[in-house]
Design a binder for this molecule. Structure first.
Ligand code: R5P
Length: 280
């Protein structure tokens, strides 16, 4: 197998190539003055299996992915690895006439097989042809927590949607887990607190699939601190970090850590072993 890394996933592609003892092909990328972009795989592609690794946090990254898949057409087999698949939260038609954006983009992606990581909604997998496979980074986050020296943490999902992630992370980290739950006390008052456990005097790791604006996590961290939590850490799979998300979070928590599905300064957990295992 040979590995091609797009501009959003260059580091992960090189880590993957190293894990798989595979050749990383050299690529060139540039942007024209009118905003159009250009991609070229410089090394020759012949009759072989190529994995194209490119997350799509921006519209431009979607174009680079399509270009790279096209540039690899001479390969015998093409695997698309899209560690972070953007638009996955636009996973259904909320209003009539609305574009089902995740489907529109998935339909444009042509590969023999496609892997994504912790996609926001499993329904999106079926929009790919053939259907994409979803890899789970939760055990990697759990392993990281185990070695991070955080004393007896509770793993907390900020809402019911993050319960499965919290459970799987906790299982690997040998920790307790919970989710925040909203209870209406009166017409004016809503209480938000962990469903089963008390945060008082406990170290907390809030886990979520995506941090976008940081609003969900900043609010959760502030509440948990009000409820007596000691140190609050945040770990996520996809650190989109839109706008001033980092500042918002840093004001509330001790540390924010992510995987490298989107390459950020806080990407301390690599998904390379997970992808390498899947590609065999
Ligand atoms: C929502 O369902 C997701 O799991 C995340 O909680 C959400 O996307 C986070 O968004 P933000 O960082 O903008 O609050």
């Amino acid at each position: 197998m040979k590995v091609v890394g797009g501009p959003a996933s260059g580091l992960l592609a090189s880590r993957l190539a190293e894990h798989m003892n595979a050749e990383l092909l050299q690529c060139e990328f540039k942007e024209f003055p009118d905003g159009e972009v250009y991609a070229r795989v410089v090394d020759e592609i012949t009759d072989e299996h190529v994995a194209v690794v490119q997350s799509t946090p921006t519209n431009t990254d979607i174009i680079y992915l399509l270009q790279l898949l096209d540039a690899c057409q001479a390969a015998k087999k093409i695997t698309a690895v899209i560690p972070y698949f953007g638009y996955a939260r636009q996973d259904k038609q909320f209003q009539p006439g609305e574009a089902l954006s995740s489907r529109a983009i998935a339909r444009a992606i042509r590969a023999d097989e496609t892997y994504v990581i912790n996609i926001h909604n499993d329904n999106v997998l079926g929009y790919f042809t053939p259907p994409a496979a979803n890899l789970d980074a939760a055990p990697l986050i759990g392993e990281y927590i185990k070695t991070a020296g955080i004393d007896n943490p509770i793993i907390i999902g900020p809402d019911g949607g993050a319960e499965e992630l919290a459970e799987k992370v906790a299982e690997k980290a040998d920790a307790e887990y919970d989710v925040l739950e909203k209870t209406r006390i009166s017409s004016e008052e809503v209480e938000i607190k962990p469903k089963k456990l008390s945060a008082n005097n406990r170290n907390i790791v809030i886990v979520d699939d995506i941090i976008s604006t940081g609003g969900t996590i900043a609010e959760s961290a502030a509440l948990l601190r009000e409820q007596g939590a000691n140190e609050v850490y945040v770990m996520c799979v996809h650190a989109v970090l839109a706008g001033n998300a980092s500042e918002k979070l840093n004001a509330q928590v001790k540390e924010v850590i992510s995987t490298d599905t989107i390459e950020q300064d806080i990407s301390k957990i690599s998904v390379a072993p997970l992808v390498a295992d899947a590609l065999g």
